[in-house]
Design a protein around this ligand. Structure first.
Ligand SMILES: NC(=O)c1ccc[n+]([C@@H]2O[C@H](COP(=O)([O-])OP(=O)(O)OC[C@H]3O[C@@H](n4cnc5c(N)ncnc54)[C@H](OP(=O)(O)O)[C@@H]3O)[C@@H](O)[C@H]2O)c1
Length: 293
C-alpha cells in the first residue's frame, strides 16, 4: 500500500513539517514539501497537480513568533492563514480526492467544573471553551467546519516536545522562562506520535483525534524529569496564573485531553503510545544519549 503513496507536506519550512519529512524519508517513503500559501487557491491546485500526492500533511499555520501573542496583533493574517487557508487547502484536496491530515491544536479547552484537573479530560466531541487567545479561537472555529470534509483527518497536538532543544519544543520554552506556572496538561511527544499520524494517514482515517500521549503532566514534573535526566544543575521558579497573566498578552490554555479514541484506533495497527510520564523519561533519555544539554 505505502509504496504507491506520495506525501506532500504543507508549511514545508515549519518545525513539525521538518520532523514529518525526516520521518517519512527514514521510512523510505516518497515525500515532497511546499511553502505555497494555503489561501492561494490557484497555486494550491497547481501544486496538487504538480506533485499528484495521495496524501497531504498540513503542518502550516500561524503559530506566532516568538509566541502566540503575535496573533493578537495580527488578526487578519491569522484568520487568513488559520481559517481561510486551512479550509481552502482541505477543500482543494476534497475536490481532487486527496486525503489530508491536519496538524491542529488541543489548546482550545480550559479546565472547568465538568472537566476538572485530575479528571478524564476533554473528548473530541466536546465544544471548545477556551476563548483566551485569538490563535486558539481561529483553530477552534476552523475545526468546527473542517470536520465535515470526508477526506480530512484532524489531529490535535498539544505542547509538542521533540528529542532536542529546538526553540519550538515545549520543554525548551518553559526551561527558558524566568518563572513557570505548575498545572497538569496533556503533551505530545513527537517521537511517539508522528509515526502514528503516518499510520493513520495511510489507513485514510478521518475525523478528529486528540493527539497527545495519555495522561497529564505538570510543568514541575516535566522540569524535575528534565533535571534528573538532562541538566542536573537546572533550577526554576514558579508563579501563579494571576502573576503569569501580567506578562503575557494572550491567555494560555491548560487542559487534559481524553485519548481513548486515539489509543483504541492505534490498537488496530498494533501501535502503542506511552503514558506521558513514561514518554518524557524516554524522550529525556534519548536527549541525554545524544549529548543534548
Ligand atoms: N508548536 C506548537 O506548540 C504547536 C502546538 C499545537 C499545535 N501546533 C500546530 O501544528 C502546526 C505546525 O506547527 P509548527 O510548530 O511546526 O509551526 P511553525 O514552525 O510556525 O510552522 C508553520 C509553518 O506554516 C507556514 N505557514 C503559515 N501560514 C501559512 C499559509 N497560509 N500557507 C502556507 N504556509 C503557511 C509558516 O510559514 P511562514 O513563517 O512563512 O508564515 C511556517 O513555516 C500548526 O498548525 C500549529 O498550530 C503547534
Amino acid at each position: 500500500m505505502s509504496s504507491e503513496n506520495v506525501f506532500l507536506i504543507w508549511g514545508g519550512e515549519g518545525w513539525v513539517a521538518g520532523h514529518l519529512k525526516t520521518l517519512l524519508e527514514g521510512q523510505g517513503k516518497k515525500v515532497f514539501t511546499t511553502t505555497v500559501r494555503m489561501q492561494d487557491r490557484e497555486k494550491v491546485l497547481a501544486e496538487l497537480e504538480r506533485f499528484k500526492p495521495t496524501h497531504v500533511l498540513n503542518a502550516a499555520g500561524s503559530t506566532g513568533r516568538p509566541n502566540v501573542d503575535w496573533c493578537e496583533d495580527h488578526k487578519e493574517e491569522t484568520v487568513r492563514n488559520n481559517v481561510v487557508g486551512t479550509l481552502n487547502l482541505a477543500d482543494c484536496c476534497f475536490l481532487k480526492g486527496i486525503h489530508i491530515t491536519v496538524f491542529a491544536t488541543g489548546c482550545i479547552y480550559t479546565y472547568d467544573e465538568a472537566h476538572p484537573m485530575g479528571g478524564a479530560g476533554y473528548l473530541e466531541t466536546d465544544k471548545a471553551n477556551f476563548a483566551g487567545s485569538f490563535y486558539s479561537e481561529t483553530k477552534a472555529h476552523v475545526e468546527e467546519i473542517m470536520k465535515f470534509y470526508s477526506n480530512c483527518l484532524i489531529l490535535r497536538l498539544r505542547m509538542p516536545v521533540s528529542d532536542d532543544l529546538n526553540p519550538r519544543n515545549f520543554v525548551t520554552k518553559i526551561a527558558k522562562y524566568d518563572r513557570v506556572v505548575d498545572i497538569p496538561n496533556s503533551n505530545s511527544i513527537l517521537t511517539d506520535l508522528l509515526p502514528a499520524s503516518i499510520l493513520m494517514a495511510e489507513h485514510k482515517d478521518t475525523g478528529i483525534y486528540n493527539f497527545t500521549n495519555p495522561g497529564a503532566i505538570s510543568h514541575n514534573e516535566v522540569l524535575s524529569l528534565f533535571k534528573e535526566y538532562v541538566r542536573p544543575d537546572f533550577s526554576w521558579k514558579n508563579f501563579t496564573l494571576e502573576e503569569q497573566a501580567k506578562v503575557i498578552k494572550a491567555g494560555r490554555s491548560n487542559c487534559k485531553l481524553d485519548t481513548t479514541k486515539l489509543i483504541n484506533k492505534l490498537k488496530e495497527y498494533n501501535y502503542e503510545v506511552p503514558e506521558i510520564h513514561e514518554a518524557y523519561k524516554g524522550c529525556f533519555q534519548r536527549m541525554a544519549k545524544a549529548g543534548v544539554k
